[in-house]
Design a protein around this ligand. Structure first.
Ligand code: ATP
Length: 236
């Protein structure tokens, strides 16, 4: 297949009378990791939510070269899956029941196959499959949110701040798993405030400021850009 997996063109989003995305365009190739970086309030989460159809937007969204399905459920069925910043797990349900919910649109055979792969990829979750999700550590919770998303067998994972609130060692573990997803044919649109870590695993990056794209380029170039380093990468 050639062409983009996801194409956002001139996306505008408003909350009430306040416009927070002012015409963002973004394109990603199949099999790639694209990261959206930027400060608090830049509009990164809003952009993911618009792509998933969780918030209404104007502009054009093409998925696999065609207009994206209208409803969130149809987007999930088409292979898109959002992992929200707050993870939104069911705390009073077990790890395995949370994972199972991710596969609600898949057949039993697909769920069986994916479940096995997931427990191989996340041995910590396999050990804790009977434990209540609400009692997991922050890192385990993020892994569970990822595993639940993968149970839907996505082609495109929309990941919102997977590193939020986690210790550096755990962040590295999570991002390593995200980077490995590329080898399984899953593409990832990764929103991160941790710009340095995100650019390390991404192919391409977009810097968003106040609802507009300010810079784009191969991740390796952005990671050494002097202006970006000063503002976002924590080095002067
Ligand atoms: P952060 O990294 O802090 O999560 P972000 O880049 O993801 O920030 P958004 O969460 O997309 O930014 O927010 C963009 C702007 O839209 C902010 O000014 C925010 O206050 C505003 N906003 C977000 N959600 C709503 C909402 N439901 N109602 C009104 N304003 C909102």
């Amino acid at each position: 297949m050639t062409g983009s997996l996801l194409d956002l063109k001139n996306i505008h989003v408003s909350y009430g009378h306040a416009e927070v995305l002012h015409g963002i365009s973004l394109s990603m190739e199949p099999g790639s990791i694209v990261t959206v970086i930027g400060a608090n309030g830049a509009g990164k989460t809003t952009l993911l939510n618009a792509a998933m159809g969780v918030v209404p937007s104007t502009g054009t969204i093409l998925y696999d070269g065609k207009p994206v399905p209208r409803s969130v459920e149809a987007r999930v069925a088409a292979g898109m899956c959002l992992v929200p910043e707050k993870r939104e797990l069911f705390g009073s349900m077990s790890v395995e029941d949370n994972i199972e919910l991710g596969g609600f649109l898949r057949t039993a055979a697909e769920r069986n196959e994916t479940r096995g792969e997931l427990y191989d990829r996340f041995p910590r979750l396999a050990e804790r499959r009977k434990q209540l999700a609400g009692t997991l550590s922050g890192g385990e919770r993020q892994m569970l949110a990822l595993a639940r998303a993968l149970m839907s067998r996505p082609r495109l994972l929309l990941l919102d701040e997977p590193s939020l609130g986690l210790a550096p060692k755990i962040v590295a573990d999570i991002l390593r798993i995200v980077a490995e997803l590329r080898t399984t044919g899953v593409s990832v649109l990764l929103v991160e405030q941790n710009a340095r870590a995100a650019l390390e695993i991404a192919d391409f990056g977009y810097l968003v400021e106040l609802g507009e794209v300010k810079r784009t380029g191969p991740a390796g170039e952005l990671a050494v850009d002097p202006a970006l380093m000063e503002s976002y990468l924590g080095v002067g």
